[in-house]
Each structure stands twice: as structure tokens, then as C-alpha cells.
Design a protein around this ligand. Structure first.
Ligand code: MBD
Ligand code: FE
Length: 277
């Protein structure tokens, strides 16, 4: 998939998806003054310290315009900035450790009950994965009827809704756990994700000599009435890019180590703890 297919599609989704909403933010001139002044001050410092030239300033301006016109702001900001925002939020959170949401969440996917199999193509490639666990509260009590909204890339690293030729809803689902908060989700192991190399975000990455990869991951929103929703991602032990995620969103608590059960299927258990809202 090209940048037009993936990075840019995230712009349309961003504007219409509750999870990305800034509703509830109140106008506060003092806060805007503080943040805008600090941000502009940081930019001015970079220019002064590194003696940024006019051609560099104009190239940066063109690149910023390209990111907007290409619809890649959600992609760029979630890859390079969201981890810092998440770290601030995490300071005041209890329960299971989370990480960034990223640009490829889509709401209103198929509703399933545990044990569930994520929608997949008849010939979906990839190692089958059985993912099980239990959702509890901070006292260890089961949370009945918890919901796991899960989405992932396929074995080529592409997300449905953000790549051509993948059916809508593929490898996405909203799974309700049982009365004990227990769940089982059958899917395939995703592949690492590559930031599209043909858009402005990819152009920056290659101009800087960085690599464009995220380690393979499952995305989850784990929720229940009266609890704070956990936004997280789970990674795979031994996988590539775990130590060099371009989005800096890996945490040691989030690395799964599935075991092969013999028939080619891999199994893993991971429990979630939700704090009260
Ligand atoms: C992804 O799949 C992702 O999870 C993030 C955080 C950024 C870009 C692509
Ligand atoms: Fe992702």
C-alpha cells in the first residue's frame, strides 16, 4: 500500500472517530499561551542552536505543507509524538499498562462473544494465534462482560480500512468476555508494520537515515462499564524491531511469548486489570 492508501486514509477516520475526539476540552487562553509559547520557543531554539538556513526553513515549510496535503498528520503525530502524550497520561493511571492508540483504529466493528474468531479472509496467511485471558478490577475480582476491541495488521503488515484489497473489517472485532471476564480470541500473528515510504512521513524517515518499522503488534481497547478503558498494544517476544520501534511504543510489560502447541497454532495468556473510572 502507498501513503495515499494508508497514512492519508487515517485523516478521514480521525475526524469522525470518538476515540480521537478533543470534545470536553475547554477554552483556556492561559493554557494556550503557555503551550504555544513553549512550542514556538523550542522551535526558535533549534533554529538558533543549529543555525538553520533559509533553504532549510523553506524545505521544512514545504514538507509541513506536504504532510497536510497528503493527509498524513495523524500518521506522523501518532508515530513520533503520541508516545510522549501517553507517558504523561500513564503517570496517573493504575491497572494494566497501556500504550499509544495509533492512527488505524476504526469504530463499530463486528460484535463477537468469547470464544471468538476475528473476521479473516478464507485464505488469510499467518500463524494461527489463540489469545486468552481474564479481565479483573484492581482488587482481582472478575469484571463480567468486559469488552475487548481488537485490531491488527495482517501477515503483510497491512490494516483493513487503510490498504486496498483487504475486505472491510478484516482482522478487527469487538469481543465481549464471559461472566468471569474471561476471553478467548482466535486470530493470526500480525507482521511488523512499515510506515509508508512514499509519503512525506516516509520521506523524512529516509532523509534522516532512520528505519520505518514498528514491531508486530495487536491493538486493544479493553473496557467495561464504570472502568477506565485501557488502550494498549501487545508485541511478540523475539520479533524484529522490539528494541527500535519507530513509534517508541514498546514497554516490557506488553511483550507476549506465545507457545507452539504442536499443530502450528500458538497460544498465549494475557490478563487485564481495569481501574475504576
Ligand atoms: C501503526 O500501526 C501504529 O500502531 C502506530 C502507533 C503508528 C503507525 C502505524
Ligand atoms: Fe498498529
Amino acid at each position: 500500500p502507498t501513503a495515499v492508501d494508508s497514512g492519508a486514509s487515517a485523516s478521514a477516520s480521525f475526524r469522525s472517530t470518538d476515540q480521537y475526539s478533543s470534545a470536553g476540552l475547554t477554552a483556556d487562553a492561559a493554557r494556550v499561551d503557555t503551550l504555544a509559547r513553549a512550542l514556538l520557543g523550542a522551535v526558535h531554539s533549534v533554529i538558533t542552536e543549529h543555525e538553520v538556513t533559509y533553504p532549510e526553513f523553506q524545505a521544512a515549510k514545504k514538507w509541513l505543507m506536504d504532510v497536510g496535503e497528503g493527509g498524513e498528520w495523524p500518521l506522523f503525530l501518532d508515530v513520533f509524538v503520541e508516545h510522549a502524550v501517553e507517558a504523561v497520561a500513564a503517570k496517573h493511571q493504575e491497572g494494566t499498562v497501556g500504550t499509544i492508540l495509533g492512527p488505524y483504529y476504526l469504530p463499530d466493528q463486528v460484535q463477537l462473544s468469547s470464544p471468538a474468531t476475528l473476521p479473516a479472509r478464507p485464505d488469510e496467511a499467518g500463524t494461527p494465534l489463540a489469545f486468552r485471558g481474564q479481565v479483573t478490577d484492581t482488587t482481582g475480582a472478575p469484571v463480567p462482560g468486559a469488552v475487548l476491541d481488537i485490531w491488527q495488521a495482517d501477515e503483510q503488515g497491512y490494516y483493513s480500512g487503510f490498504a486496498p484489497d483487504i475486505p472491510a473489517g478484516n482482522l478487527r472485532g469487538v469481543v465481549t468476555a464471559d461472566e468471569q471476564g474471561c476471553f478467548e480470541i482466535r486470530t493470526i500473528q500480525p507482521a511488523p508494520y512499515q510506515v509508508p515510504t512514499d509519503g512525506p512521513t516516509g520521506a523524512l524517515i529516509s532523509a534522516a537515515g532512520w528505519h520505518p518499522w514498528r514491531p508486530a503488534h495487536l491493538h486493544l481497547l479493553v473496557s467495561a462499564p464504570g472502568r477506565r478503558t485501557v488502550t494498549t498494544q501487545l508485541y511478540f517476544a523475539g520479533g524484529e524491531y522490539l528494541d527500535s520501534d519507530v513509534a517508541e511504543a514498546v514497554k516490557p510489560e506488553l511483550v507476549l511469548d506465545p507457545t507452539d502447541v504442536g499443530d502450528g497454532t500458538r497460544e498465549v495468556t494475557y490478563d487485564f486489570v481495569l481501574e475504576n473510572a
